[in-house]
Design a protein around this ligand. Structure first.
Ligand code: GDP
Ligand code: ZN
Length: 472
């Protein structure tokens, strides 16, 4: 349905801006080879005598003046064994951005070539049928993966994991639809054609259950893909900032600090067992009448509301205060890990003394996970990290080795499929007319088709591919 896309030859710098060891320019389309013939002078032999997929050494030469611009390696790759399934040329030049821009300028001055838009090479791979939409998106995920696990997930999707899992579901729906359509064509016999019980079983086992499972997996996978938010909550001076610093120093794999932190919340990134985490230190959520402080507190509350896990920090050796309990009350609905800090302040350093101190707190937070630490003495941090990981991932294995995980777009489409499916299932049970069943079945197939890009709109494609960078 997208076959009539713009067929212009496209070109872009494929490597990121800034000076690097090498920089690559990529050209895709029917004029790619001709452009190479015009601009490339190999060190040995003629350009035209080169074989496909053969990297050759030489110079990019300005055709009008004969002036060499850069010493390069160039390769021509004949369709269809290429990234886009079109003719592709790559020019590997010295990494300087100025040189690359000049070469690109020369290319774009040729006839029938234009600058590639963001993600357009990958979009062509999709439009030319080399990859389905889930794989195209995986390309983006591979580029953006923040951790090793995130990368593994993206790679398995790139290999077609999601599409492979959806295929049997789609086939089952199609087969059910076929039966229903026969019933439409032979109305007198539809009672015999539609074996309601058998079709219902099929829909349940081969469609609803696998889709439900995928949807649940999407929620867990989101955490590895996008990271989870952990909020540290506690009254002033319990050691929130100290805990954040201790976690950051303890963790060798700090990913990045998030810019734009505000006075009221401080946010850092780290990863625990491959799970990217945003840790937010709320500067304290207190009731206040002061307007300015109120704004900051509002922001803290929002961070708490979107947290995947709240660390409620309290102090060993002190009695639970009404402020502690009020904070706990405010996060009753969330996943909470109670962290008892300043264990080092207990006069007695024995494990039994620590356990007694924890027991008193445990009593106040029945049914909640609880652990003791000393942020200052760096005690108990490893156990704290294990608990954080376990509580967020919900006991998933460390390496989420499942074939692949749907992203937010897939999730939305899956979430649309399930109610339509439910209407089919109920309709079957209630003896709904086959015409109406067919409509609902088509709706299910439609939203599944959106996931792999079988049906969809130009707008959807633009949304997906515009989040790529130029040159991909
Ligand atoms: P926040 O207001 O909750 O961020 O608390 P801070 O992290 O600023 O800590 C308040 C005070 O408690 C500081 O003087 C810290 O040095 C101290 N503190 C933090 N953690 C510990 C700990 O584990 N043991 C002891 N003895 N003091 C701590
Ligand atoms: Zn603080």
């Amino acid at each position: 349905s997208f076959a009539d896309f713009d067929q212009a030859t496209i070109a872009a710098i494929a490597t990121p801006p800034g000076a690097g060891g090498i920089g690559i320019i990529r050209i895709s389309g029917s004029r790619a080879r001709e452009i190479l013939l015009q601009l490339f002078r190999p060190a040995r032999g003629e350009v035209a005598s080169g074989r496909s997929h053969q990297l050759r050494y030489g110079w990019i030469v300005e055709p009008e003046s004969g002036r060499p611009l850069d010493e390069v390696m160039a390769v021509y790759m004949a369709a269809p064994a290429t990234y886009t399934r079109e003719d592709v040329v790559e020019i590997h030049g010295h990494g300087g951005y100025v040189v690359l821009r000049e070469i690109l300028g020369l290319i774009l001055a040729r006839e029938g070539v234009r600058a590639a838009e963001a993600g357009e090479f990958t979009k062509r791979a999709f439009l030319n049928g080399r990859i389905d939409l889930t794989r195209a998106e995986a390309v983006l995920d591979v580029l953006n993966a923040g951790t090793r696990e995130g990368l593994n997930l993206a790679m398995s999707q790139l290999q077609g994991g999601l599409q492979q899992q959806l295929e049997p579901v789609r086939r089952a729906l199609l087969e059910v639809l076929a039966v229903v359509e026969v019933a439409i064509d032979f109305p007198d016999e539809d009672a015999e054609i539609i074996d309601t019980a058998a079709l219902g079983r099929r829909l349940e086992l081969e469609v609803r259950q696998p889709l439900q499972e995928l949807l649940e997996r999407a929620d867990r996978g989101r955490i590895f893909r996008e990271g989870a938010t952990v909020v540290i909550l506690g009254r002033p001076n319990v050691g929130k900032s100290s805990l954040l610093n201790a976690l950051l120093q303890d963790e060798r794999a700090i990913v990045t600090a998030i810019p734009g932190t505000t006075r009221d919340t401080i946010e850092e990134c780290l990863n625990i067992h491959g799970m990217p985490l945003r840790i937010v230190d709320t500067a304290g959520i207190r009731e206040t009448t002061e307007e300015v402080e109120g704004i900051g507190i509002e922001r803290s509350r929002r961070r708490v509301a979107e947290a995947d896990l709240v660390l409620l920090l309290v102090e060993a050796g002190s009695e639970p205060s009404s402020e502690d309990m009020a904070l706990f009350d405010s996060v009753r609905e969330k996943k909470v890990l109670v962290v008892v800090n300043k264990l080092d302040l207990l006069g007695d350093a024995s494990p039994a003394a620590a356990e007694a101190a924890l027991a008193a707190w445990r009593h106040r937070f029945p049914g909640r996970e609880l652990t003791g630490i000393s942020a200052r003495a760096r005690v108990g941090l490893e156990q704290l990290e294990d608990l954080v990981f376990r509580l967020i991932s919900g006991d998933e294995p460390r390496d989420p080795g499942y074939a692949c995980v749907p992203n937010a777009r897939h999730r939305a489409a899956l979430a649309r499929t399930l109610p339509a499916l439910e209407r089919v299932q109920q309709g079957l049970a209630a003896g709904l007319a086959p015409e109406l069943l067919a409509v609902e079945l088509q709706a299910c197939l439609g939203s599944l088709g959106e996931i792999i890009g079988e049906v969809g709109s130009e707008e959807l494609l633009d949304t997906i591919f515009s989040s790529f960078c130029i040159g991909k």
